[in-house]
Design a protein around this ligand. Structure first.
Ligand code: ATP
Ligand code: MG
Length: 408
């Protein structure tokens, strides 16, 4: 944007402050979600550990009961069996005899009504392999006899509940992450749609408001030009130039406020026009070069908007050189028939961390800048022309090259 329109040097600072705040806010949100995620995982893990301990305790109690059953012939057995053995309906366990053959099992998922004996054994053996890896079996030996035949082993593993609980925080976190992600996408989409509406609406309204005084100015100018007394005076020529400039501004605003019409245009011609306009207005210490490698290159372009982009990039380049240097615009055909336009200066350069940030609305390092020139350029090139604009290279105190790519 023309820097002279900025009357308030505070405006740019206020908006760049807003962007810093937003970046800080993002970090805070990220950090707090990581903390929440971690604590949720840690908390569930501690619950799981406690449950596991309880299950292990329960199993050892169970083993002791079995041991007691083997060793005793008391009447309390029925009670023990009913009260301790039967209520275990969550921990999978298999009792194996000295030959490794399962003699009893509980809570192992198998449908005994549908499987024959051999298949049941297969399922049990498979389950045994899993259990072996989880816990050492509990050995039950008989006090009455020391025959190997009377030794039993209890294999067990954690209940399914514990497995499910262990994965629960991850499932929970993924669901929350997915929710946040889709929420964010929807939110930023709607915010962008709103921004677009404001941009376009304001631009259209400005063009509309400028239209009335402009047409009356043009009428006055015609009257002056037809008056023999003043038609050759300098004031008329100067007025005409300003009216032309106003007309150009109006057409830029009206183009960006509506769906711009693209027509096949000779690119080198457009660039030459903008440069010759600029040349008259910049200090003689700034050299301006147009390195045109293809005079016939064309692309679908909206003229007022494209001129605006070249003007903005050139003005930024001139600002970066603070009074002295060389501005080169290069035009050539790319590999895929697209048009490549490089705007290169020998100015102060852009820090590598800021290469993307310069396109953000409100980002400026100038006292009287709005930080809108590049935002506008990006919008015009990418939104309206389906092209690309980016910083091709930049080195501090050496210079910067911005590249525009216009598709064939
Ligand atoms: N060629 C360049 N060399 C070095 N820095 C640049 C160059 N072009 C842009 N910048 C940096 O990017 C910032 C944003 O540029 P942009 O054109 O968007 O806004 P501005 O020039 O500051 O204000 P205005 O809205 O008036 O154009 C500039 O303030 C400057 O710091
Ligand atoms: Mg600018």
């Amino acid at each position: 944007m023309v820097s002279s329109v900025s009357d308030s040097p505070f405006m740019g600072n206020a908006t760049s402050g807003m962007y810093k705040n937003r970046a800080a806010l993002k970090w805070v949100a990220l950090a707090s979600s990581i903390i929440i995620g971690f604590s949720s995982v840690l908390y569930t893990n501690s619950v799981v550990e406690e449950l596991k301990e309880r299950e292990e305790f329960y199993i050892s109690l169970y083993a002791k009961t079995l041991e007691y059953t083997v060793n005793s012939e008391s009447d309390n057995l029925a009670f023990i069996y009913q009260e301790i053995v039967t209520p275990n309906n969550s921990i999978p366990m298999i009792v194996v005899n000295y030959e490794g053959v399962p003699t009893m099992y509980r809570n192992v998922k198998l449908d005994s009504s549908k499987l024959d004996q051999q298949e049941i054994q297969q399922v049990l053996n498979k389950e045994l392999k899993i259990m072996e890896q989880e816990y050492e079996p509990i050995v039950i030996s008989s006090e009455i006899s020391d025959k190997v035949e009377d030794i039993y082993y209890i294999y067990y593993r954690n209940s399914d509940l514990i497995y499910r609980l262990r994965y629960y925080p991850y499932v929970q976190l993924s669901v929350i992450a997915a929710f946040v992600f889709f929420g964010y996408v929807a939110f930023s989409y709607s915010r962008r749609a709103e921004q677009n509406q404001v941009w376009a609406g304001l631009a259209k309204e400005t063009a509309h408001q400028l239209g009335t005084p402009l047409s009356s100015l043009m009428a006055w100018l015609e009257i002056m030009k037809s008056d023999d007394d003043i038609k050759d005076k300098e004031v008329v020529h100067e007025l005409e130039k300003d009216v032309d400039k106003l007309e150009m501004i109006t057409s830029r605003f009206s183009s960006i406020g509506s769906v711009p019409v693209l027509t096949d245009q000779n690119i080198s011609k457009l660039i030459r026009e903008t440069l010759s306009y600029l040349e008259k207005r910049v200090s003689k210490k700034i050299e301006i070069h147009f390195n045109c490698k293809d005079d016939l290159l064309t692309a679908d372009i909206n003229k007022p908007l494209f001129d605006w982009v070249i003007e903005n990039l050139s003005k930024n380049a001139i600002d970066a050189m603070s009074g002295e240097g060389k501005l080169t615009i290069m035009l050539k055909e790319g590999k895929y028939g697209d048009a490549l336009i490089d705007v290169t200066d020998t100015g102060k350069g852009i820090a590598s961390g800021k290469l993307k940030e310069v396109f953000r609305p409100g980002f400026t390092t100038k006292k009287r800048g709005w930080g809108l020139g590049l935002t506008l350029a990006k919008r015009i090139i990418e939104h309206y022309h389906n092209g690309k604009i980016f910083v091709k290279e930049s080195a501090i105190d050496k210079g910067t090259t911005f590249r525009i790519i216009l598709k064939k």
